[in-house]
Every structure is written in C-alpha cells, then in structure tokens.
Design a protein around this ligand. Sequence first.
Ligand code: OOB
Length: 567
Amino acid sequence: MRKLRPDSRHHPLNSAAPLEGFVAWPPEFAEAYRRKGYWKGKTFGESLDDWATRYGERIAVVSGDVRISYRELRERADNVAVSLAALGIAPRDRVVMQLHNVPEFFYVAFALFKIGALPVMALPAHRETEIRHLIEFSEAVAYCSPLAFRGFDYVGMVRSIAPTTPTLKHILVVGPDVPPGTVSIEAMARRAPANAADVLSRYRPKASDVALFLLSGGTTGLPKLIARTHDDYIYNFESAPAVCGVNADTVYLIALPISHNFPLVAPGSLGTFSAGGKVVLASSPSPEAAFPVVERERVTMTGQVPAVTIQWLDSPLRGKYDLSSLKVLQVGGSRLNAEVARRVKPLLGATVQQVFGMAEGFVCYTRLDDPEEVLFNTQGRPLSPDDEILVVGWDGKPVAPGERGELLTRGPYTIRGYYKAPEHNALAFTPDGFYRTGDVVCLTPSGNISVEGRVKDLINRGGEKIAAEELENLIVGHPSVQNVAVIAMPDPALGEKICACVIPRPGQSLDLEALRAFLDAAKIARFKLPERLELVETFPLTSVGKISKKSLREDIAAKLRAEGKIP
Ligand code: OOB
C-alpha cells in the first residue's frame, strides 16, 4: 500500500472560505494594498523562519538569566506546534492566551500561527468575567496561563469556569511542574518530534487569513474581539522600525503587558524581531523592576503609558542606575502632557516619541527628528501613506482645518469590523468602511494630530460640555499636582458636575479653593471649575495600565451616596 504523504494541497482548509464573523476588506482595497507592496503575502510562521535563517545565533529574547537565540525561538515554536497539533488543536481553533511577560508567550503564539490556530490575546489583569466571556465568545478549545502570577491562581480560575464552557478542552501552563490534567508548555518546547516537517506542512494558513485576535481597549463593557490578518498585522509591525529608529542594535524592553498591541507591533517585540534586534522582558514597568534591567541589558528603547513616564521621571532611583543606553522613550495609550514630555530628554537622556494607536489598527507617531514643538505637543502622524483620516463634527461632516472633531480612519491595517458583532459594527464604522475612533482630535498646521479627548469623555454640566482632558492639562501645571484625572460626578440638579481626582506631589497638598483660584487665573469659563477635589495616592488602572475613569466615577458616586448628596 502506498504511504499517504501529508500534502498541504489536501488539507480541507487550504482552499476554504474566510473565517465566519470576520469582516474582510473590500476586494478593490485588498488588491490596492497588495499592489502597493503593503501586503506581502507572507504569514507569521514564514516570518519566524526567515528571522531564524537571517539572524540565527543572535539573541532574540532575554528574560532574567535566560537568553534565547532566533534559531532556538523557531525550534521551540516548532516543537510546541507539533505537540499542540498532536493534542488535536486544529487550524482556526481559538486559544485564549493569558500570559505575563515570559518567553513562553512567543513559543505558544508562533506555534499557534504555524498550525493556523488563532490566539486570543487576553491580559494578565483579566479575571473570571472577562476570561469566561472570551472563552465563550471565541468558542476557545484551549486556555494558556501561568500557574500563578502576582498571587493570583489562574489555573484555579479557569478550572472553576471550565465545567460551564464546553468548548474548552486543554489548559496549557507555564513551567516544568504543572498540575495533573494540564499541559506543560516547557515540556512541549523541549520535546523535539521526528515528524515536525510533516506536521507543519499539512496546513499552511494563507496570508489573507485571520492570524490572531486582539481585544478592544474600551474601558466600558466587555472587550470586543479584533481579528487581524497575517497580511495586515505583518505590514503594521514591519513598517514601524523605520519610524522608530529600530535596527539590529536595538534592545527593546517590554514592561507593558506583552500581549497588548503597543508592545507587540509599535514596534514592540514583533517589529524588533523583524529588524534582528533583542527583546528584553521585565515583570513590571516600575522603576524598581525596570531600571536594573535597563542597566544590565543596555536597553535602548521601550514603550510605556504616561503614568509610568511620570513615575520614571520622579523616581529617586533614577540617579542610582545607569540609564544612559536609552535612546528612545515611546509614550502612548493615553495623552502625554507636554510638560512631562519636555522633561524626558533632560532627565532620562532619551528622545520622547509619542505613539497614538489602537488595537483596531491605526497608529500615529511623532518622528524622532521632529522639532520640539511637534514632539511635545502632538501625537504625531500616521504610519502608512495610505492611512486615510477624516475629522468630523457632530453632523458627520468634515470640520474646518484645525477645528476639533471625531477622528475617522481606514487603511491597510485598520479593521473593517469587529469579529462577530454586526450590530455594533453598524455604529462603529461608517458605510464606506471608516472606523469611528471615538477620539476627539484636531490637525495642527504641521499636519500632526493632537488628541483632545474622547467623544464621551465630556462632562455634561447642565448642558455645558467640559472636555476632561482640557482641565487635566491645566491642573497638571499646578506645582502641587503630580497627576490628575477629571471625571463627571452625578448631581441631582445639573445631571453631572466636575470632580478632580489629584495625586499630589510628595509632601505637597492642595484644597479645592486653591485649585479653583489657580484655574480661574488661567482665565477659563467658570463653569469649568471643579466642584470637588479628591486627593488620592494612586489611580485605579485598567488592565493595560491606563487610568480607569470608570472605577473613579463609581468610587465618587458611592461616596456621594454615603454622604447623602444623591439618592
Ligand atoms: C493603545 O491601544 P488601545 O486599543 O488599548 O486603546 C486605543 C485608545 C485610542 O482610541 C485613544 O483613545 C487612546 O487609546 N490613546 C491615546 C493615545 N494612544 C492611545 N490617547 C491620547 N494619546 C495617545 N498617545 O492604547 C495603543 C495601541 C498602539 C500603540 C499605542 C497605544
């Protein structure tokens, strides 16, 4: 009998229709993006193979004392891929990945890419509600996590969910010693199977296929799933190195959650790999955790949120470590105050690069040689020459140049719809495919974008609209203020009133009267003066480290109720 050789042409999915629930680009756009060379027809698996061939023994990933070369990275990903296929994980199966900053993240993600299975990028801060939602919504067959991290028992959590999520069959766990009934990622990574080439040739995802799911960054409701294809996501991270000054000498520190879009592709780990650089993992962006790593590994670049930048600038540890290797400090995720941006070069020695992006795709950067005016005061300009942007008013019509409006965008790496969400898509996208970002921006005369707030981050005080960010930018200029978040608080008469939540600088204090006098001196409309001041030590954060205004609003509403000021 003739032995049947696995043949990629015979896998049932090799000629299959697109994934159901995925909103593809219209054919004429897809064609143009290919013609212009943005979409190269390459998959993640092929990219990793390329890197391993080109960069071989160079170090790709550093985590503590562990150093992994490009060759080893591919070897381990291939090993894991074969083991996952042997477990029965099939092309297009979804796998919820909830890993912190460990090298196993890359083994599993690339293993899944290679067998055409689809990672769903959860964040370590997610808990039962979000994880259950992600497993149910994506119909995940597997879940992947540490045993425990920061005192939280992930395996315990998923075991409590599993009995009521029937699609879930496998739990993959970091570490050599894993509980019975779970699979060790380390063991899979070290087992070199004889039939790797056969298994890996059986199914080859197409570059136009969905490669992975990111989560929407919304701070309300449960996250929506953002399907990114090999074509569009590879274009996204391969374009980043040129605008971020990344090359083979780059040492890029990941201190944000590793599965977030910013540290994945902007340029993040994937952009750094594509240039042959080195990716260094840290467990937290705090000065205590990150500074020693910067010193030891001679880190040249990292990406962080503004709250972390403020911590780094104000840290007494700054003078105790050698941070002189830092060349570029990327700051994004929420608006960076110009005064903070101005302090980066003198205090940290690095050029600040503002990054304004979203998991839905679109990313803007200030360029490293921009004048200070642009570096400090704007969030930069689009990554791709084919990023189309519109700034529209309440009526949906473009505003006059320089006026504020909502940013709409479409382009070669911006999705045309959330996964399996037709009703929401009808609201979140225009009929001609522009994504409504919900961000209020204006275009500066230099052609850069200034993010002025969120469409919904407005306080409606009896009909007067107040943009929270406008007040925040003023208040942060007060000498006693380290950081501020302005939120709406419920009011029986006006509907909403303004509350300023302030973290004072060490040893400083502030009262409401002094704050109002300070703002009054800035000559703003009196209806914008806060009616309440809350002094706090820290802000509640979202899973990726942004200030959670939702939690702040809930806290203040609870206080007002306790004080009998609202029913
Ligand atoms: C990044 O992605 P997401 O998906 O967590 O959040 C996107 C939203 C944007 O729509 C905007 O509202 C806000 O976060 N945002 C900024 C900002 N960067 C993001 N607002 C003001 N200034 C900025 N620089 O947060 C993200 C994705 C890729 C790169 C960088 C950040």
